[in-house]
Design a protein. Structure first.
Length: 339
């Protein structure tokens, strides 16, 4: 465990800070000025936090960093429990297996492998090789039998997560990079966002293209299903819009104008709220049905690189290039100012 990890708690109107360290005699540090109640700041003294992922039971938060490590945190106490290592470059994406026993992760530029860790032991036990360039996203099927990955080598690869063998290597058009992946909750569909300004829905039985959703005007860098599978959100930074789809019919249900966003977009489990990360450090919450901005969450000092809702939708985690991960308690936050 990193010996000077700091968890700054500002919850429910009460502010307190504690430095969790193995060194005896460490004194609690005071909260930073300007921190609002309803947010916990998991601070590490490195240049960049890259991504976040909740376990399916909501008890653990995993965060990836530019210095090639993954940190695991207990959500209720905000205490760091383990450090996962093995990469030769920054950590690009993380995903827990459905039973929370494993964590899959991808590396950054210069590392085309996928690593799988035992979440309890904190040890890497599988390295999947096949991609020839940076892996941009990983996703588990709901039954845990399949791990999907995509990368800058323009391929979508399907892995048997029981025998750890590649089952299929899928490609679209030449030089059509696939940036992001998400399985539908029923496991029948895999959604992917591509460089060719489209969302491609794959049949998870035949691995053939089932439907293509068109309309974006730039790279589609995020896709996210609601918990019931009836809503799919896709984000496009250059377009400054998140599109809301009915994945069954392909109907465009809504366009949410969100402004200048990074790749960080997340849809709440109930499908009613959208979270977006922005280049100047803001995190914004939107009402899906109306496109109304519900509130802007301030605190990060640099680009927001990753977002994730907790399984119950009560918490939102955000990662930033300022080196911090913030855990927002959406019910404990003070009332929003009029947008």
């Amino acid at each position: 465990m990193h010996r000077s990890s700091l968890a700054l708690l500002v919850l429910g109107g009460l502010s307190c800070a504690a430095a969790f360290s193995d060194e005896p005699g460490d004194k609690p540090k005071r909260p930073a000025r300007g921190e609002e109640r309803g947010v916990a700041v998991l601070r590490r003294h490195i240049p960049c936090a890259t991504c976040v992922a909740f376990s399916h039971d909501g008890r653990t938060l995993a965060s990836g960093y530019e210095d090639r490590v993954v940190k695991l945190w207990v959500v209720t106490t905000r205490r760091e429990t383990d450090t996962l290592t093995g990469y030769h470059s920054s950590v690009g994406a993380l995903a827990f297996s459905p039973d929370d026993r494993m964590i899959a992760g991808s590396g950054g530029t210069g590392d085309s492998s996928i690593r799988v860790w035992d979440a309890k032991k904190g040890k890497s036990f599988q390295t999947l090789k096949g991609h020839t360039s940076k892996v941009t996203s990983v996703a588990w099927s709901p039954d845990g039998k399949i791990l999907a990955s995509c990368g800058e080598d323009d391929s979508l690869r399907i892995w048997d997560a029981t025998k750890w063998k590649e089952l299929a290597c899928l490609k679209l058009k030449k030089e059509e990079t696939i940036f992001c992946l998400a399985f539908s909750p029923d496991g029948k569909t895999l959604a992917s966002g591509t460089r060719e300004r489209r969302v491609v829905l794959w049949d998870a039985a035949s691995w053939k293209v089932r439907r293509t959703l068109k309309g974006h005007t730039g790279n589609v860098t995020s896709v996210s299903f609601a918990g019931d599978g009836k809503t799919l959100a896709s984000g496009c930074g250059p377009e400054k819009v998140v599109r809301i789809w009915d994945p069954k019919t392909g109907e465009l249900k809504a366009r949410v104008p969100v402004g200048d966003i990074s790749r960080a977009v997340a849809l709440s489990p109930d499908g009613t709220r959208l979270a977006t990360g922005h280049y100047e450090g803001q995190v914004k919450l939107w009402e899906v049905t109306t496109g109304k901005c519900l509130r802007a969450l301030e605190g990060h000092k640099q680009i927001v690189s990753g977002l994730a809702f907790s399984p119950d939708g009560k918490l939102l985690a955000s990662a930033s290039h300022d080196g911090t991960v913030r855990l927002w308690d959406l019910k404990a936050l003070p009332e929003a100012k009029q947008q």
